[in-house]
Design a protein around this ligand. Structure first.
Ligand code: GUN
Length: 292
């Protein structure tokens, strides 16, 4: 069989960002409103710093306001909650993103619950999770699953009815909302995780395989159904062949999988750029709703 089609998330995300930029310009012209996202980073986690910088850069590029709050690692939980209260009340802020993970002394669920659901650009608030789980309109959908779904639809077409989908990983950020989105698209969904019996066998039945476990190259070529669509959400930094160097790999063993799958996202350049583009989309949508 020929090698898989490589799903170009970078190109798709660039197109989406261009459409968001058009939307931003239109909202400015019609309502005099500039969408704004507050990005809250607590502490110095290097990976989080990289993500936060690329989010802030994208906001400015697309004509939106970026309100940056970089706080010390020992920030008190009460002070973080007070900051969220101020951002909730600020009419220039349409979306609030609290970068995860938070330092251990802070209760993540308490902080996420403090964000008003309409400004929850990440879609992590229980109200948005609940709206998504119950199939109601108006849910703000988490960015990585949303971006993954857009890539799946671009690859397989809009109609995913009856496809067997397997989501590997049960996080609130990716696995659970991804399963909900695929279920809403009429897929038959399996949500697998580290305790799943015969994980390889479960994966091998899937027409759509979404890997989001954070384990470098865990999904091997012989776990994949020939012709399947493989979405690799993993971004893992591992030692490279060259001494002292590192490289990024996904949760899927790409070199093996590409010979079996029908289509596959690369790492980097697959799902990663879609996450940021969808964050921009969620922020624009929140600003549009606030503007009426
Ligand atoms: N940490 C890892 N992924 C994410 C994300 O999508 N949003 C936030 N806020 N933090 C993260």
């Amino acid at each position: 069989m020929a090698d898989a089609k490589i799903i170009d998330g970078k190109a798709f995300a660039a197109g989406l960002r261009a459409r968001v930029a058009d939307g931003v310009a239109a909202l400015k012209a019609s309502h005099g409103v500039t969408p704004g996202l507050a990005v809250v980073l607590v502490g110095e986690d290097p990976a989080s710093q990289v993500y936060v910088k690329s989010k802030e850069r994208a906001l400015v590029e697309l004509g939106m306001n970026s309100f940056d709050h970089h706080e010390p690692a020992d920030m008190a939980e009460a002070d973080l909650l007070a900051l969220i209260d101020r951002l909730n009340a600020d009419p220039a802020v349409h979306g609030i993103l609290v970068q995860l993970p938070l330092p251990k002394h802070i209760d993540t669920q308490k902080v996420l619950a403090r964000i008003v659901p309409e400004k929850d650009a990440d879609g992590f608030h229980v109200v948005n999770a609940g709206l998504l789980a119950t199939g109601q309109p108006g849910a703000i959908v988490p960015c990585t699953p949303l971006g993954s779904l857009l890539l799946i639809r671009d690859t397989l077409g809009h109609d995913l009815k009856g496809k067997r989908a397997l989501v590997l990983g049960r996080s609130n950020i990716v696995g659970k909302p991804m399963a909900q989105l695929l279920l809403q698209a009429d897929c038959t969904v399996t949500l697998a995780h580290s305790r799943t019996a015969d994980l390889a066998g479960e994966c091998r039945r899937a027409d759509i395989l979404v890997a989001a476990v954070g384990r470098p190259e865990m999904v091997r070529g012989d776990w994949i159904k020939p012709g399947a669509t493989v979405i690799d959400v993993g971004i893992n930094r591992v030692p490279a062949a060259e001494p002292g160097k590192t490289k990024l790999v996904g949760d899927v063993h790409f070199a093996e999988a590409v010979t079996v799958a029908g289509a596959i996202t690369p790492v980097p350049g697959g799902v990663g750029p879609m996450t940021i583009a969808c964050l921009m989309l969620n922020t624009l949508a929140a600003a549009c709703r606030a503007a009426g």
